[in-house]
Design a protein around this ligand. Structure first.
Ligand SMILES: C[S@@+](CC[C@H](N)C(=O)[O-])C[C@H]1O[C@@H](n2cnc3c(N)ncnc32)[C@H](O)[C@@H]1O
Length: 346
């Protein structure tokens, strides 16, 4: 296969189907593999039901070896993971102990050359209630953001959010109050002062959304119990899958954004509206194609539906043909503007 197939779902095992794909062709991956020992997806070849948590990690490594090959050097991976509690020492932790499955996997990936750039906390606004009496209820999952190299495509302006703090004197005072002692790996905030115009709370286009995302779990009611909420995939997509990629030089184009302040006489309040403008282009004068997002554990195709809504191309891999059929129906509906996906704001 010389060309990457686009906007289709490949049925079969993730690692096996990934081996058919050409190298360095995928812009970003957004995926949620089966968590360890939590679900049964009804197929003999499924991942997730290994005898131990370390075997689960070992089972996912061939998928990530292939992802390392098919992702462009400027590409990245968003990896959503959940954890489970052991019921017997044979699973890999003492009974009742958290297995730390996400940590085990991400350490293995870091050792295999992946650059771990963020650990995002998806704080669920509607977590599952629990009757447990001797520990806290689980209310979040993690989404790791991994890159192949230190320089990768990331469009922060596409995902900036309105500032909440007032800025001005208060912000300047807070900057001043920072301790002067810093260890060798402490973050520097020097850039913040540069991007904050006098009297403004921060960057004129809005703030970095940060690494705690408050979102409800999915309300998808279509015969699959572990679907992504569309909004969990939209922010990663907008940041790391270019809307247009030059076919000559391969550069991903970003849009120019502007902000307008609108005054509401009714609320006696000013609001800021962000508008996407023209592309910042390369000089090639060649055609462009949309960026491609890959999900090797496609399930019911949330990533495909959100890609299509946002004018990106997708490629899915899914083992269970029943889910493939559900995903195809869902994407068709989304591209014909489904209510569920239209509801998700940029
Ligand atoms: C957590 S779900 C993904 C759900 C998806 N994000 C969505 O929004 O619908 C994991 C999916 O991986 C699939 N799966 C399990 N083992 C697989 C394998 N070896 N190759 C490809 N897909 C697999 C399961 O059938 C399941 O649909």
């Amino acid at each position: 296969m010389t060309e990457l197939p686009r906007n289709i779902i490949l049925t079969g095992d993730a690692a096996t189907r990934l081996r058919e794909l050409p190298a360095a062709t995928v812009d970003c991956v957004i995926t949620s593999p089966p968590y360890y020992a939590l679900r049964n997806y009804g197929h003999d070849d499924q991942l997730g039901l290994e005898a131990t948590v370390d075997e689960w990690v070992a089972g996912l490594m061939p998928v990530f070896r292939e992802l390392a090959r098919v992702v462009k050097p400027t590409g990245s991976v968003w990896l959503n993971l959940g954890d489970s509690f052991s019921r017997h020492a044979r699973y890999g932790a003492a009974p009742k102990g958290l297995l730390l499955a996400p940590e085990r996997l991400v350490l293995a990936l870091s050792g295999a050359g992946w650059l771990v750039r963020n650990k995002v906390v998806w704080a669920k606004t509607n977590p599952m209630p629990s009757s447990i009496q001797d520990r806290l209820t689980l209310t979040y999952e993690v989404v790791y953001f991994l890159a192949r190299s230190p320089r990768y495509f990331f469009d922060l302006d596409a995902i900036r959010e309105p500032h909440r703090s007032g800025g001005g004197k208060a912000a300047a005072k807070a900057d001043h109050a920072r301790p002067t002692y810093r260890g060798p790996l402490a973050a520097s905030n020097e850039g913040l002062a540069r991007e904050r115009p006098p009297g403004q709370p921060g960057h004129p286009l809005g703030k970095n959304p940060g690494d705690v995302w408050q979102l409800p779990a999915s309300n998808y009611r279509g015969g699959h119990f572990a679907t992504f909420p569309p909004r969990l995939t939209q922010r990663p997509l907008l940041a790391t899958c270019p809307e247009a990629v030059c076919t000559a030089c391969g550069q991903g184009w970003k849009r120019q954004y502007t902000v307008r302040r609108l005054w509401s006489a009714k609320d006696q309040e000013a609001t800021t509206v962000r508008e996407a403008g023209e592309f910042i282009r390369c000089n090639c004068d060649a055609p462009t194609v949309p960026g491609v997002v890959l999900d090797p554990f496609f399930g019911t195709g949330t990533v495909g539906a959100v890609a299509c809504e946002n004018r990106r191309d997708y490629l899915g891999i899914e083992l269970n043909p029943h889910y493939v059929q559900l995903a195809e129906e869902r994407i068709k509906k989304a591209c014909g503007s489904s209510d569920e996906l239209q509801a998700c704001p940029a």
